[in-house]
Each structure stands twice: as C-alpha cells, then as structure tokens.
Design a protein around this ligand. Structure first.
Ligand code: ADP
Ligand code: MG
Length: 452
C-alpha cells in the first residue's frame, strides 16, 4: 500500500474508532485498507466478502464522514475484497465435507489447559447482545487479574458463553505462550474432581491443580449450586486465587442472584466483580453469524435462505448453526442447491423436534453426581438415609421425565417392587409442594439432565 494512503487511512480509522465500540471496530475494521483515492472516490478493501457487506451496510456513512473530515474532495466510498487476505481465509477450492456434527474432532483439546483451539475471538461475532461481555473479555485479556476480577458472564443456552470463555483462554495462551498458566474447566468436571479427591483423600492434588494457575475459567457454574462440599472447596480456591491477584472467570446460565442454591458468600464474591450478560442476537447479528459460518466452510447459500433461517431461529446460536449445517448437508447429499421449501422443512423439523431423548442412565448419573454418591449405591439396595433420599429423587425424575412404569422403576433402582416406586414418587411430589429449596434442586437437576 502506498505509504501516504496508509497514513491517511490510519487517521480516518482514528476518527471512526471514536464513534463505534471497540469490539465492533476490531471485528470489522481492523483488516481494512485504503487501496486508492482519486476522482472523489475512496476505495477501501476488506478481508472478506462478508466483512465488506457488513461495513458497507453499517458503517458507510461514518466512514465517508471521517474521510471527508480529512479530505473534502472525497464524495463516495467503494468497497472491495482484499484478494490476498481472502485467500488466506479460504484455502481450499473443494468444500469441506459437511456433516451433521460440527467437526470438533479436527481440533485437539490441550489436556493441560482444556482449551479447544476451535474457539477463537476472531470467529466470535460481536453484536449488541454480546458487546459488553466481549468488551469485558478483551479487557481481562489485556489486564489479567487486575481489571475485572472475577468476571462473571451469564446468558441462556447456546448464546456463546463457552465460545467466549474458551477463546479468551486461547488468546491468552497465544499472547503469553506458557508464561501465563490458564485452566478451563466445566463445573461438572470440577465437581467430579472434588468428589474424587474427597473420596481418595487427595485434596492436595486438586488444590495444586486449581490454585496453581494465573487464570481459572469455570464454565456453567450453576451446576455447583447446592453441592456443599464442592462449593466450600471452590470458595477457598476462589479466595486463594483472588488474594494472589489471579484472574477468575465464570459463566452461568443466569445471574448470580438467580442461582437458587448458591451459597450466599459465593454469590457476594461473584457480585463483587464484573458481571456481563449475553442476550439473544438480533437479526443482523444472526445473518452475520450465518454468513461467517458459510465462509468458514467455504459454502454458499442464496440470500433468501439465509434470511429465512435468520428470521426464524432467534434464540439460540447453536440451533442457528445446526439448521445451517442440516441445510448444507441436504444440499451436499442431493448435489443441488437447496430450495426455500427444503429450508422451510428443515426449520420446521428443528422446531418440532422433541426434546432430546433422555435415558435412564443419564438420570441416574446426574442424580448420583449431584448428591456426590456412587452410582452403584443409587442402583443398589442400600437403605442408608444418604442413599435412599437421592434414590427417591431419581425415581421421581424418571417417572416425570420418562413416564416409566412403577414396576420398571422399582426393579431398576434398588431391585424393589412397584410400591416402593409409587411411595417415592408421591413422597417427593408432596415435599416439592412445601419445600422450595428441594423444588429448585430438582429443577436444577432436570435442567442438567436435559443439557447432558
Ligand atoms: P453456550 O456455552 O452459551 O451454551 P456456546 O458457546 O456453546 O454457547 O455456543 C453455541 C454455538 O454457537 C457454538 O458453536 C459457538 O461457536 C456458536 N456461537 C455462539 N456465539 C457466537 C458468536 N457470537 N459468533 C460466532 N459463533 C457463535
Ligand atoms: Mg456452554
């Protein structure tokens, strides 16, 4: 690029940057260049077709204004794609094989940090629904442990919490290599580690594992709520890290005060830091996500199909991706461009898809991990109080969720007859009525089972 153009563009971007949020600036304009400037026209290049469309639609006015502030002779902006960068993004000519499953396996999760390189900040689309969470994340990346500690990010299922947390870890790893030790863990896994350590008298091991880091990222903390020993251990880990100015990042499906079973002292710790929520993506953002995913896969779809999908799938980015993948899969199988009718059918299938089929075992596993008892005890004949109560809860949930028959429930849990199962179901049903803490525990459990 002509050096004068380069300097000139830097000044223009300086103006633009004052007017839009940092995340948007970084997402959309960082890779931009001024290629030419003559006859009143500025030619701006962007790294992808998609970025070009986005910038043209959203920032054209602002860019023109900023250009004109520095050069009155400019009347218009034209946009182009930077071929050199474009090729970097799309190296292969042949489309990558689309399957119903995202190609997670292509990436190797680092066993030390539990980070999956699939998740990057550059593939994270920023819009008004996640701008705050994104800005907080980048702030933490730049000032680990000192700026926002803890950082608590919450939002509904499939809205990008895991992506953002993982991308943060990856970014830090790339920036600092091994000088900053990051560790990502799902709260499930954390609970299992604590339970294992208690049982094997190896608490020192897990303290070493979770306190010997510079940044600890815990995903889906809501599942820790109500597990007393795990909460206790986490509370001390939290304090130990916090006192050493180590960064703690937490995600949850809801705000700290809305996690019913969370201990008060943990809640107030969480509320002492930065809390950012992620909301539902708006239409523009949904289109942006679909187009980015298409580009990543080196695939195309007509705009009316993209519009249809973006208009109809509004509340879950994972679903948005799922529907897109199914349309592409269909297209590939039939070897012809998908029609609006096909897309419509796939969207409808998605909407009417019954809640994922749950198995007996998923329920018993979830209950035993929730109550921190071995699954074989739950399934066995023990009459100890600390086993009987969780077993009754498992029976109740199985009846509710699977509509299993009482004889089946009885025989599979504790080899009992149907009267035991009926008794358990009725007892728990009654208790839920008068005990809100129990009701919320069971709700949490159900949620967990559905998400497993
Ligand atoms: P959550 O943890 O909140 O349930 P995930 O982080 O697992 O959600 O996101 C679900 C899927 O949607 C993932 O495949 C993720 O890559 C994708 N996704 C979510 N938010 C974004 C975004 N802002 N930009 C691009 N992809 C996203
Ligand atoms: Mg997640």
């Amino acid at each position: 690029m002509n050096i004068n153009l380069e300097d000139f563009w830097k000044n223009v971007l300086g103006e633009v940057e004052l007017e839009i949020s940092r995340p948007n600036f970084v997402t959309w304009l960082k890779g931009s260049r001024l290629v030419d400037k003559k006859d009143g026209v500025a030619l701006v290049s962007l790294p992808s077709n998609f970025a070009r469309e986005w910038v043209e639609n959203k920032y054209n006015k602002l860019i023109l204004r900023s250009l004109r502030a520095l050069d009155q002779s400019l009347k218009r902006v034209e946009y182009t794609i930077d071929a050199s960068q474009h090729n970097k993004i799309l190296p292969q000519k042949t489309p990558v094989l689309i399957t119903n499953q995202l190609a997670f396996q292509e990436f190797r999760v680092d066993p030390e940090t539990n980070l999956n390189p699939r998740y990057t900040l550059s593939s994270f689309i920023v819009g008004s629904s996640n701008e705050l969470a994104y800005a907080a994340t980048t702030a933490v990346i730049n000032e680990i442990g000192t700026k926002y500690n803890p950082l608590f990010i919450y939002g509904g299922v499939g809205l990008g919490k895991t992506h953002l947390l993982q991308a943060m870890g990856n970014e830090i790893k790339n920036l600092h290599k091994n000088k900053i030790r990051a560790r990502y863990v799902t709260s499930d896994r954390y609970v299992n580690d604590v339970v294992w350590a208690i049982r094997n008298k190896r608490m020192d091991d897990i303290r070493e594992k979770y306190r010997n880091v510079d940044i600890l990222i815990i995903d889906d903390i809501q599942f820790v709520g109500g597990k007393e020993r795990t909460e206790e251990e986490f509370f001390h880990t939290f304090n130990a890290l916090y006192e050493m100015n180590k960064q703690i990042v937490i995600s949850s499906d809801r705000a700290p005060r809305a996690i019913p079973t969370l201990e008060e002292r943990l809640r107030s710790r969480f509320e002492g830091g930065m809390i950012a929520d992620i909301g539902f993506p708006d239409y523009e953002m949904r289109v942006a996500i679909l187009k980015t995913k298409l580009q990543e896969k080196n695939q195309e779809l007509p705009d009316d199909i993209i519009d249809l999908v973006a208009s109809r799938i509004q509340r879950n980015i994972r679903e948005l991706e799922g529907v897109l993948n199914r349309i592409l899969f269909h297209q590939q199988k039939k070897n012809e461009p998908a029609s609006i009718k096909t897309a419509e059918g796939i969207i409808q299938e998605n909407a009417t898809q019954p809640v994922k089929q749950i198995s007996f075992q998923q329920i018993t596993q979830a209950v035993s991990s929730f109550f921190e008892i071995p699954e074989k005890d739950l399934l066995g004949r023990s009459r100890k109080k600390e086993i009987v109560f969780p077993r009754q809860i498992a029976m109740y949930i199985i009846r509710e969720e699977l509509s299993a028959s009482y004889p089946e429930i009885g025989s599979r849990l504790g080899k009992r007859d149907h009267t035991t199962a009926i008794y358990a179901y009725e007892k728990i049903s009654k208790e839920i009525q008068k005990n809100p803490a129990l009701a919320s525990k069971i709700n949490l459990l159900k949620e967990k089972i559905h998400n497993s």
